[in-house]
Ligand binder design. Structure first.
Ligand SMILES: O=C(O)CCC(=O)C(=O)O
Ligand SMILES: [Fe+2]
Length: 334
């Protein structure tokens, strides 16, 4: 594995911005421009939003002995009950050579869905404190996700009506993951191979142990796969935001969908929580009208989101790093 870590990704402070403010507020428009720049240039940035999540809630969710750790410490037989008809929406673990174990709560903003998940994991008790912490945590992260999603859509020229309709057609998934450390000071072990997300956005938080590496600068530099890898050192309580394939399609290729991976070192277990936003499975994904014109013809054909997800997880596609082009790039002949 190339160890070309000279890149960096932007850190943007959103502290104090009213999530409901919108474009009449000058701070909103200033930060919106920085967010769009970061997602166009790198597809990723670190968001600082002090005060969004109380330290007690962060500790209850991701701290030692907190909700995420208690979930991952269940026996595999219990965790394996987290299943789904769709790929990558349930338990993933026991992959040879990968110190990765992960579960997914589909629809985490709905308290009933969180309760149903906990009932499956803890059939005797239902684990009320897990439900309360994770639901409250997801709701807070979703405030930031909605704000960033709206900023991107506004930057791409979408109307207020479009943004409202798009919000109704969006679904959420909370993925909770444990990465076991290699236990040696200088060892570097892949925790999750390089991939791009299929989602609109992914908002990641962690238990103060870094591990994510992002191919920054649209992959156009010197490193493996073209770009330089950044290994952002996240401030405690800050958020790492990634744009996925679907946002690249909506913005007709402007927003980038970066390759990213997890590389573990040291001797401390890493826990992460990621809120993914994506279109509902039956939604047709296509560029917004304002992003397409004679100079910028559509780069991708329209497609149904659920069909794309199924395509991405076909065995022959798993190692491919540019699934979106393989599935939906418009071929220009001649
Ligand atoms: O857990 C992490 O830090 C990153 C995981 C990730 O990129 C993913 O699940 O798509
Ligand atoms: Fe990812």
């Amino acid at each position: 594995m190339a160890n070309n870590l000279q890149g960096s990704i932007p850190r943007i402070v959103l502290t104090g911005i009213d999530p409901a403010a919108g474009p009449l507020d000058s701070r909103w428009t200033t930060v919106r421009a920085a967010v769009m720049d970061a997602l166009v240039e790198h597809g990723c940035f670190e968001a600082v939003m002090d005060g969004l999540i109380a330290p007690e809630l962060t500790a209850a969710a991701l701290g030692p002995g907190g909700a995420v750790e208690s979930l991952l410490s269940l026996p595999v037989s219990a965790k394996a009950r987290n299943t789904s008809q769709m790929p990558y929406r349930g338990y993933v673990g026991s992959v040879p050579g990968l110190p990765y174990e992960s579960l997914a709560i589909v629809d985490p903003l709905n308290p009933d869905a969180v309760r149903a998940f906990a009932d499956l994991m803890w059939p005797d008790t239902g684990n009320k404190s897990f439900c309360e912490s994770m639901h409250a945590y997801a709701e807070k992260v979703a405030v930031l996700e909605a704000m960033v999603r709206r900023m991107v859509l506004e930057s791409a020229g979408a109307t207020a009506e479009y943004i409202e309709e798009q919000a109704k057609a969006t679904s959420f998934k909370l993925r909770l993951t444990e990465y076991v450390a290699p236990g040696t000071a200088d060892g570097r072990v892949v925790g999750l191979p390089a991939h791009r997300d299929t989602s609109f956005l992914a908002v990641l938080t962690q238990n103060d142990i870094d591990g994510v590496e992002v191919e920054c600068g649209r992959g156009e530099g010197e490193g493996e796969g073209g770009g330089a890898w950044a290994r952002p050192a996240l401030l405690p309580g800050s958020f790492l935001i990634f744009a996925g394939d679907t946002f690249k399609v909506l913005t007709n290729g402007r927003v980038f969908n970066p390759l990213h991976r997890v590389v573990m070192s040291g001797d401390k277990t890493r826990y992460s929580s990621i809120l993914f936003s994506s279109p509902k499975d039956d939604v047709i994904v296509r560029a917004i009208d304002e992003a397409v014109d004679a100079q910028h013809p559509a780069v991708y054909r329209p497609f149904e989101y659920g069909e794309y997800v199924v395509f991405c997880y076909k065995p022959e596609m798993l190692r491919r790093t540019n699934k979106l082009d393989a599935f939906a790039a418009v071929r220009v002949d001649g």
